[in-house]
Design a protein around this ligand. Structure first.
Ligand SMILES: [Zn+2]
Length: 431
């Protein structure tokens, strides 16, 4: 605004000749350009100096060779589908088979995700050994023939007794391809189909805000009824970490509850704008990564310098959107999975725009489920993660919503709905 005052005061001394009028127009043009530049500058994501910065410049990843493996015993395995993770396969003998499962690079979080298909010329009982190189088994194996219906492998057909880094699975094979997977497959195509369903509803606009490093679309859904200007907003994001499928499931029902046609949801959507980024790491999801982007980086450590295309696209899009439309973001939630259900929250001595929202929200979830108590894990700003970024960049209450890897799926989905209802009630009743 200093520039604006400067140009106006110059004009007062210019008089009114034609030449001077032309000079004035040039000043106005310059002013407009400066205003645009100033606006753009002010809508860039900040580089907040987090106490524990992380180097998030690209690191090489080991590509997974896509292929079908044949053995002399009429038994086959492959990884030729999105979300697969199988790095090598061989027969030890006619009934024991070894699959090598390794991550995209090292060092890496212990998220030993695997996914392969197996089949045989004739019906056959075999043992499959999953070898995790330097890591330990994590995910309870799940089986499916159609990618839709998944069954947990029976506890009598699965152990890690040989070594924590070798899982033994007893399987019955047939000519039909059997998916054997650490988590249910929810690839970028599945997320797109789900997003298309949400986007088919009234007052929802879906767009692509950029591309991942390998050129996959970065999806955005703008759930906004009426004029976006000056609406208060919430931000929802998910799947920075590829195998965290239960976090995605919780996000789905959280959003579906917001989209319900009932008094609470309708009132909430009339009052608030919802910015939804359902898939932050589409490359990692489709490549069956354990943790990282194609840049070989944990995206949830990149919220300081935005070296990765995916983080940069989302951070800048949020800042530009709420800056342009003068939306105050009151609440931001990022869906993840870990061993147990818990909530990483802001400590009590932080001051988001709506103070006390988190405690009321968690006690509402608590009251709804008699046999479940939310595990609140407040943590100060440390690494450049999305929770800290939502607080320092947007001034909002910020939650990392963690769901256990093996939490029963019906509870994951029910809790996602209750979490949305409790949040909507608090925000609708606010002032
Ligand atoms: Zn995570």
């Amino acid at each position: 605004m200093a520039s604006f005052a400067f140009y106006i005061s110059q004009y007062h001394y210019l008089g009114s000749s034609r030449n001077q009028a032309s000079i004035f127009m040039r000043y106005i043009l310059a002013l407009s350009i400066l205003t645009i530049l100033y606006s753009c500058h002010s809508y860039k994501a900040i580089n907040y100096p987090f106490p524990d910065p992380v180097d998030t410049t690209d690191r090489p990843i080991e590509p997974q060779v896509k292929k079908t493996y044949s053995t002399p015993y009429g038994v086959y395995a492959d990884n030729e589908y999105d979300g697969a993770r199988l790095n090598d396969f061989k027969a030890i003998n006619d009934t024991v088979y070894q699959a090598t499962i390794s991550p995209e690079n090292f060092p890496i979080n212990a998220s030993a995700y695997f996914s392969l298909r197996m089949w045989a010329d004739t019906e056959k009982d075999i043992e499959l050994q999953l070898h995790y190189t330097e890591h330990e088994h994590r995910y309870w194996p799940k089986l499916s023939y159609d990618r839709e219906t998944w069954m947990l492998i029976d506890s009598t057909a699965f152990d890690t007794l040989l070594s924590p880094s070798i899982a033994r699975l007893q399987l019955h094979l047939s000519p039909e391809k059997l998916y054997i997977s650490g988590q249910e497959l929810l690839t970028s195509g599945d997320v797109k189909s789900w997003a298309d369903g949400i986007a088919a509803r009234r007052h929802v606009t879906q767009s692509v805000i950029g591309q991942s490093k390998q050129g996959r679309d970065m999806l955005f859904l703008d759930i906004c009824q009426g004029e976006p200007k000056k609406k208060d907003a919430i931000v929802i994001m998910a799947r920075q970490h590829p195998p965290e499928v239960t976090g995605h499931m919780a996000m789905e029902t959280f959003v579906e509850e917001i989209m319900e046609d009932n008094v609470l949801s309708n009132t909430f959507r009339a009052k608030y704008r919802i910015l939804l980024y359902p898939l932050l790491n589409p490359d990692g999801v489709d490549l069956g990564h354990w943790r990282h982007s194609t840049g070989g980086i944990d995206l949830n450590r990149d919220w300081q310098y935005y070296h990765q295309e995916e983080t940069r696209a989302v951070a800048n899009h949020i800042v530009e959107t709420v800056g342009r439309d003068k939306n105050q973001v009151l609440f931001g939630i990022d869906f993840h999975s870990t061993q147990e259900d818990l909530y990483y929250t802001l400590p009590a001595d932080y001051y988001p725009s709506v103070k006390g929202l988190k405690d009321l929200w968690l006690s509402g979830i608590d009251e709804h489920f008699p046999d479940y108590t939310p595990d609140d894990q407040p943590g100060a700003l440390n690494n450049p993660i999305s929770k800290g970024w939502i607080y320092v960049q947007l001034g909002a209450e910020a939650i990392t919503y963690e769901i256990g890897d093996e939490t029963p799926r019906d509870f994951v989905r029910a809790k996602g709905r209750v979490a949305a209802r409790e949040l909507m009630q608090l925000l609708v009743l606010r002032d």
